[in-house]
Ligand binder design. Structure first.
Ligand code: C5P
Length: 231
């Protein structure tokens, strides 16, 4: 069964925790990303863990191997459940991230799932110089490399899940760019509805604005959970 992750893309902890609090007890993960983490630091993730949620720390690390290893080591100290790096960081960077996780686990610390972003779901074919129209092909190539380098999963669009799972059966797929059938796609380009993403075989659906900008965020999240269950 696919899991829903609510992207708490708020500036302030109070707003993020209010949405999370209203969803206590629901089968849902919380995502702390750049906006919230940069403003509030690690304490929000700690609070979400205390509330009983699994937490995705989405900092999409992309740097030299030594720096990413240090970043992942710090993320492990936060006790989060899933962290993200960029697949374009390549083999040595991803192996360094994996090493930091294994070192944390070996010393009794956290062992978060390691996911790598393939091609951002906000990217449309033709937007990435040198890669023409074949973004799904690029996403699948990056996933295939990452599978050998120690990833647990990849971040991709729902449109790429089937191909990636065929080439890399051991990888989990996490899909942002999820939009209800009616409503704006915002800056996302390679989108799917929650039901389509579940049927495509996605393991995690990440949803931000359709929840955070809804009049009652918790109701919007519950409607998506309902759609996923019925898919
Ligand atoms: O508001 P929306 O549903 O578009 O938010 C999607 C969330 O997923 C954002 O927090 C964004 O940072 C994240 N994300 C993404 N594309 C990726 C990786 C993460 O949109 N490739």
């Amino acid at each position: 069964m696919a899991q829903l992750i609510a992207a708490l893309d708020y500036t302030n902890a109070a707003d993020a925790l209010a949405t999370a609090n209203a969803l206590r007890g629901c089968p849902i993960w919380m995502k702390v990303g750049l906006e919230l983490f940069t403003h509030e630091g690690p304490s929000v993730a700690a609070r979400l863990k205390e509330m009983g949620f699994k937490v995705m720390l989405d900092l999409k690390m992309f740097d030299i191997p030594n720096t990413v290893k240090g970043g992942v080591r710090s993320a492990c100290l936060m006790g989060v459940d899933l962290i993200t790096v960029h697949a374009l960081g390549g083999e040595r960077m991803i192996r360094a991230a994996r090493e930091a996780i294994e070192e944390s686990a070996a010393s009794g610390g956290a062992r978060p799932l390691l996911f790598a972003v393939t091609v951002l779901t906000s990217m449309a074919p033709g937007e990435l110089p040198g890669y023409g129209e074949d973004l799904p092909g690029l996403a699948a190539d990056l996933a295939a490399g990452g599978q050998a380098w120690g990833l647990d999963g990849v971040v991709c669009s729902g449109h790429e899940v089937e191909t990636i799972k065929r080439r890399c059966p051991s990888l989990l797929c996490l899909t942002p760019g999820i939009r209800p059938a009616s409503g704006s796609t915002d800056d996302q380009r390679r989108v799917m509805t929650p039901a389509q993403a579940v049927r495509a075989g996605s393991d995690f659906l990440v949803v931000g604005r359709p929840i955070t900008k809804a009049p009652v965020p918790a109701d919007a999240a519950r409607a998506i959970l309902d759609e996923m269950e019925k898919a």
